[in-house]
Structure formats: C-alpha cells, structure tokens
Design a protein around this ligand. Structure first.
Ligand code: FES
Length: 649
C-alpha cells in the first residue's frame, strides 16, 4: 500500500497528511482554517483555485489540460497549479503557497437594507391563559380545557396541537397553580395551531428572517414583540465548494448519487451555524425561536428543501411548486423550537424565486403608477419591469463575471479588492480604492464595472469593447497568449506577484453578463411598450456597492438621471423580515404572484436579438443613452484639452 503524503500550506503554515491521489484542494479543505477559492466546484473551469508549488513538484501529477489552458506559460514556469487538478502521488512531501487572490477569506455581506413601516402582527403569538383546576365534577380533558380558555379569552379556534406539545401538555399545564386555577402561556401559530405551552406567564418570542443567496447566507434574529433585529449572522454559502454558480451545483446534484442530499445537508448546516451565532450573540434560548421565514432563488429553495431541482434547471424551466410552503423545523433539522415552522415565500416561476418575490414586496412598484425597472443583480439577474397596470418579471443568466468571478484578476469583495477605479483621460493612469485600504489583490464586482466603464469612457476600448489598435501606451500590451490587456496595477504595487490586468477576454465576459441583464430588461420593456422608464431600483448587496455612473455607462440599466436610480439594499432579506413580522404580507406575496406575470426569455429569438445589440457599450444604438454619450464626450474632451495644454507648455 502506498504511503500518505504530507502537504504544507502557506501562508497558514498548516500541515495535512493525505492519501495518494488526493487533490491539493481537498487536502486544504480537510484542515480547518484554510479555504481556497473554488468557484466552479473543482471542475477545472474557473481558475480561482491557484496555488504555487514551492517544493515537491515531483510528488504531484503532471499539469492537466485545464492547467495549461487556464494558467499562462509564465505562471506555469513559476510553479502555479490549479489545486483542484493537482493530485499527490508517490508519498513524498509537498509545500505550496496559496496566493492572496485564491485565499477564500470570507466576503462582505450587506445585512442592512431598507427600513420599512409596517404593523407588527406575526404568525406566532403568545397568549396567557387561566383555567380551572380539574376536579371530579369538572373533568374536561386537558387539551380541550386549554382550547376552551383560548376560545373564551381570545376568540381563537384552535384546530391542531403539535404532537410534541401534546405529549408534555398534562405536565406543563399543571405546573403553575394560583389559588383555585392553573395558568400557562400558549404559543399559537397562525391562530390555529398550539405549538408551545409554558407554565405561568412568558412573553419571549423570536423569529428568523433567512436570506439564502447563491453566494452568501444571512440570518436575522428578530424579536417578534418589538420588531427589533437582535442579532445578524452571515456566512458564505457552504454549497460554494460544489460550485460558485447555480448550474455547477445543479450538475453536482445530478452527477453524484448523494449530490442532492449533500447540498441539502450543507446549506442546512450553514443556516444552523448562523443560528448558533445569533443565539449566542443575543444570549437567548433557541427554544424561544418559533419561526424562520426563508427567501432565496428557486434553486436555493429546491436545494434547501431537498426538492428535485432537475426540471427547473433546464428548458422549459418548471419549478416544483409555486405556492408558499411551511414545514416543521424539526422535519428539516433546523435548530429552533422543534415545533416551530420554516416558511418559504412563493416561487414566481422558473428561476424567479422567493427572493425576487420578497424584493417586489419591499419595492412595491407593482402597485405604483410610475414605470419602473427593478434589477436584482446576481449570478442570475432578476428583472421586473412595468407599473400598477402591468408588470413582468424574468431572470437573465448573467453568470458570475459582474461579481468578479471568472475574470483574470477577479476576487470576492474582500480586503484588498479594488472596489473603485477611475482612469485619467489625459494620461490613462488608473487611480483606485481597495476594501480596507489594503494593497490590491484583484477586482471585485464594483471594480470590474468601474474598470470597463472607464476603459470605454476614456477611449481605451471602443463601443464593441475592443482595445483600440491605434493606441500606444505602456499599460496597453499583448500578453504571452497573444491577447490584448491593460495593466491596472503594476506588480510592485500589488499584493500578488503579477500585474493586475484586464484582458480582452475579461471584457468579453463582463459584456456578456451585462448584455444578459440589459437584453432581459429590453425584452420586457418592448413587450410592455415602454421606451423610457421613470426610474430604476437596484436590489441586492451588489446594487449598493456599484458606482451608478459606471453601471449606466456600460448599459447595465436604461439611461436616465442618476437621481432616478435608487438602491434598495438587501431588499430580499428585508422582505423576509416583513413577512415574519406581519402575517398579512403572506397573502400579499401570493397576490404578487398573480399580479406580476413571469416571462420566460431563455432560448427566445427576441432575447438573442436584444443580447447581440446589448453586447455593445452601452448599446448598439448609442442614441438610447444620451446621458452616457454626453459623459463620454466630456471625458474625451478633457483628454484633448489636457493633451493640447501639454503640447502648448
Ligand atoms: S479551476 Fe479549480 S476550482 Fe475551478
């Protein structure tokens, strides 16, 4: 039998002993405190899992085809390897360094969204009841005695009792006796089911609002009496190890026997981890949490609930259910009061899931006269267009490029990521800001959008997104693969060993992502005969971070005054909180499903046509973007003036 290999990972200085044939990525995951980016789930497609082999190259398999396709010759020479492809062999030791852009250090999650006014009327309520002590002459059974007290005092018609509550009910209802009567606190769900009975008087009740994003999971602990958010916890979605985007996870579920089960387990464990944290932080008893209201896209909905996701993954994109669903927390293994409930908002259709329904609820634009475009920018862009007369919603497959993935120097929104970037139109020298002011290690989503907008506004790339042939500048060069690229940060100023660049292929990826959202929007606008919408609402963490001018410059949303472009913050999470605290919002979400029609754009000719037009910056028809045209002209005029002044001096 062959021996184990010892792998040492820097900068963490952690040592792992692994069996032959283990990938370096798996080896890293085995030891706590180390995490390597793996956006494609170890499929050898994304290039995010790079490591540099310091010693023991001979104890690894030869570079794979994926290595030679994704890594540059220079990187291969310097010992770079894809950790998901490199397997240990022969029992010898290996030492590797994980470069900063491949270290998964956790992301910044926006957990504060729009604050709204609403009534506090949760589905879970506590009722203090007094009832006579049973005697030989008053021999009504225990449950019926409690039900009678709830009917007499609160006009409640209890139709069901949780089985676990029933088991201990005879004890709990007799524990507190005052003079000739007993007293207890009944917790009732939706006015119809007894889900807890506590001796004496109790008033503490909490709920959770849970937003399961493809990339991040956020859990808010909310006091059901005051409406206050007592604690917030967020983590990267643990399913990310099976792929950064939904399709990779769907593939994983399909190709592996236990894939669906594994993804279900991972996300539920992740949610429980967040629950542990909010319980700890708020110093409460988890038994006092009686409900979790969940939102997420259709894939997250299906994967969390363990529902077969295959049919929604491919044409004709049929979701397993549209209606909201409520399931006992104990059935799903969610660590709150086991008799409590998990409630998922309804699915709109296809990929448009409860998260978008939640955004619609918060935005409320389906009930307003202004024509609105509301975009939730994510791996899938969810778009709604229209007004109170008619509104359509769709989902556009943007892919992860707008979030900084699958581009040469894309990184998550983590310390050192370039989040703002401008290019001087006269000198073409970039200026940038990074998260937490650290030395730059790559570009996160907002940096990617700024970079493309600035390259276009300063004339370094043309309307087709191509680097200009006639421009000579030390930052514009051809790389080892014969591809044009622009250097944003020289290696000596960066936290990584390479220059941070934007390549022609990167630009193409970003163009494709923005074109999907823009085309989806324009299909809906055309369908509803809308030429100039009144306003744009941007939902999601990303909408908060992007520079509005840059996003409009590349054509991500229709041209308009910037005052008409409003960020809603994490509207999906806020909507979940709203539904948790005000049960009247539940039928409202179902009304949204009826009022806002789902429009499938995937595979349609009209989408293809709009997509091709949207590949241009900001659009094939520049006249549709007068504000952008004026801005670009201004920037280029500044450059001409500066050049003129330089030659005069
Ligand atoms: S290429 Fe290795 S995880 Fe994507």
């Amino acid at each position: 039998m062959s021996e184990e290999s010892r792998v040492t990972f820097y900068p963490w200085e952690k040592v792992v002993d692994v069996a032959p044939d283990t990938t370096l990525l798996d080896a890293a995951e085995r030891e706590g405190g180390m995490s390597i980016e793996s956006l494609c789930g170890g499929e050898g497609m994304c290039g995010t899992c790079k490591v540099i082999v310091d010693e023991g190259e001979e104890n690894l398999t030869e570079p794979s085809t994926a290595d030679t396709q994704i890594l540059s010759e220079d990187q291969l020479e310097r010992g770079y390897r894809l950790s998901c492809r490199a397997r240990v062999q022969g029992g010898g030791d290996v030492t590797v360094t994980v470069p900063p852009d491949s270290q998964n250090t956790g992301g910044i999650v926006l957990t504060e969204g729009e604050e709204l006014e609403f009534d506090i009327d949760p589905a879970v309520k506590k009722y203090h009841v007094k009832y006579p002590t049973p005697t030989l002459h008053d021999n009504v059974a225990d449950l019926e005695r409690i039900e009678q007290a709830l009917a007499d005092n609160y006009d409640l018609d209890i139709a069901a009792v949780d089985y676990e509550v029933q088991r201990e009910l005879p004890n709990d209802m007799r524990e507190r006796e005052v003079e000739d009567h007993l007293e207890a606190t009944a917790t009732v769900y939706e006015g119809r089911e007894l889900i807890d009975l506590q001796p004496g008087y109790e008033e503490t009740a909490y709920g959770l609002a849970v937003d399961i994003g493809t990339t991040t999971v956020a859990v808010y602990l909310v006091d059901l009496k005051t409406g206050e958010t007592e604690a917030i916890s967020s983590i990267l979605n643990p399913q990310s190890t099976q792929g950064g985007d939904i399709m990779s996870r769907m593939r994983y579920a399909r190709r592996n026997d236990d894939g669906r089960e594994e993804l279900k387990r991972e996300i539920r464990e992740g949610v429980n981890e967040c629950i542990d944290e909010v319980v700890r932080e708020a110093g409460i008893d988890r038994e006092d949490i009686y409900e979790g209201v969940f939102v997420g896209n259709t894939a997250m909905h299906h994967l969390f609930l363990g529902i077969e996701p295959d049919y929604v993954a491919g044409s004709p994109y049929i979701a397993a259910r549209e209606a909201p669903i409520e399931v006992k927390a104990r059935e799903l293994g969610i660590d709150i009061n086991p008799s409590g409930y998990v409630y998922w908002l309804p699915v709109s259709g296809g990929w448009v899931g409860p998260d978008k329904v939640s955004v619609l609820l918060v935005a409320g634009h389906y009930d307003e006269p202004e024509t609105t475009v509301c975009i939730d920018i994510g791996t899938n862009g969810e778009i709604s267009v229209g007004n109170e007369d008619e509104m359509l919603v769709t989902s556009a497959p943007a892919g992860p490029a707008l979030e900084g993935a699958e581009i040469s120097h894309g990184v998550r929104a983590q310390a050192g990521a370039i989040e703002r970037l401008t290019i001087d139109p006269a000198t073409l020298e970039p200026t940038y800001e990074t998260i937490e002011g650290d030395a730059p290690n790559g570009l996160c989503g907002s940096g990617v959008i700024d970079a493309l907008a600035e390259l276009f506004a300063t004339g370094i790339v043309d309307q087709r997104g191509k680097f200009r042939d006639d421009l000579e500048h030390p930052r514009l060069r051809e790389n080892a693969d014969g591809e044009d690229e622009f250097v944003l940060v020289w290696a000596e100023d960066a936290a990584i060993e390479d220059d941070i660049v934007v390549t022609q292929n990167d630009i193409r990826s970003v163009q494709m992502a923005k074109a999907a959202i823009q085309a989806g929007t324009r299909v809906l606008m055309e369908e509803l005969d809308i030429e100039d919408p009144d306003r744009v609402l941007l939902a999601g963490a990303f909408g908060n971070y992007i520079e509005k001018t840059s996003a409009m410059t590349i054509g991500l949303y229709p041209d308009m005054g910037l005052d008409e472009v409003v960020s809603l913050g994490n509207a999906a999470g806020v909507g979940a909180k709203l539904v948790l605290l005000d049960r009247n919002q539940r039928p409202e979400t179902e009304r949204i499903i009826d009022e806002v029609a789902y429009y499938e754009i995937a595979g349609t000719d009209i989408f293809q046509e709009k997509f091709m037009e949207s590949m241009y910056l900001p659009h094939k028809d520049f006249d549709l973007y007068p504000h952008v045209e004026a801005r670009v002209e201004d920037r280029r005029a500044d450059a001409t003036r500066a050049a003129q002044k330089g030659s005069d001096d």
